[in-house]
Design a protein around this ligand. Structure first.
Ligand code: AMP
Length: 195
């Protein structure tokens, strides 16, 4: 993504994981919630996103990943952007059945420092459990186990699915079939983003 588009990616999951790792007050407050598979409360997330947007150079645009996850967050985001004299250009949904998602996420291994991600079956590293570029150890996210995933999916269906309707009604939603291979989806995304 970064090699094709000169935009900043802002991932709320990454921001929260960094806070947990640093042991900050925010990190200590959200760690248990994240590990349980529940959503962090709206006020906390909105503050995190507001701070992050204020700090970045938004002139070249940015991509929000993992946010908004509730209708309240979506409405607050609309307000924040309106206040800043801006608006969302597009919203992109990557749709995949729960069963396939569980298979993909439970086999995911990540290299925390770079964000590179692997899959034990479909995209294994050259050497088991080691990052291809640095040789450092790969880890499994504590919430990437089947039990927690089921809770994350339940949160998705209850709180996040309505966000899709929110943007559909605004006419800015594009949906991709994310069961396709990653390179095919990425090609489709590039076409959509350059429109
Ligand atoms: P992710 O990396 O996007 O899968 O997020 C990991 C976890 O961080 C989620 O399961 C939630 O506990 C929390 N989280 C990330 N983004 C949000 C959000 N927008 N609203 C609430 N919780 C979030």
């Amino acid at each position: 993504m970064k090699k094709d588009f000169a935009v900043t990616q802002l991932s709320t999951g990454d921001l929260l994981r960094a806070a947990v790792k640093s042991g900050s007050e925010l990190g200590q407050r959200v760690q248990e919630v994240m590990e349980s598979g529940a959503l962090v409360d709206d006020d906390t997330i909105i503050t995190v996103v507001r701070d992050a947007i204020t700090q970045l150079d938004a002139s070249s645009g940015f991509i929000l990943d993992g946010f908004p996850r509730t209708v309240v967050q979506a409405e607050k985001l609309d307000d924040m952007l309106t206040e800043a004299g801006s608006k969302l250009d597009g919203v992109y949904e990557f749709r995949v059945d729960d069963e396939l998602l569980i298979e993909r996420i439970s086999g995911r291994r990540v290299h925390p420092a770079s964000g590179r991600s692997y899959h034990i079956k479909t995209k294994p590293p050259k050497v088991e459990d080691l990052d291809d570029e640095t040789g450092e150890l790969l880890v499994q996210r504590p919430d990437d186990n089947e039990e927690t995933l089921k809770k994350r999916l339940a949160s998705f269906h209850e709180y996040t699915a309505p966000v899709i309707e929110h943007y559909k009604s605004k006419g800015i939603l594009t949906t991709f079939d994310a069961s396709l291979p990653p390179n095919e989806i990425y090609d489709q995304l590039k076409v959509a983003l350059t429109k």
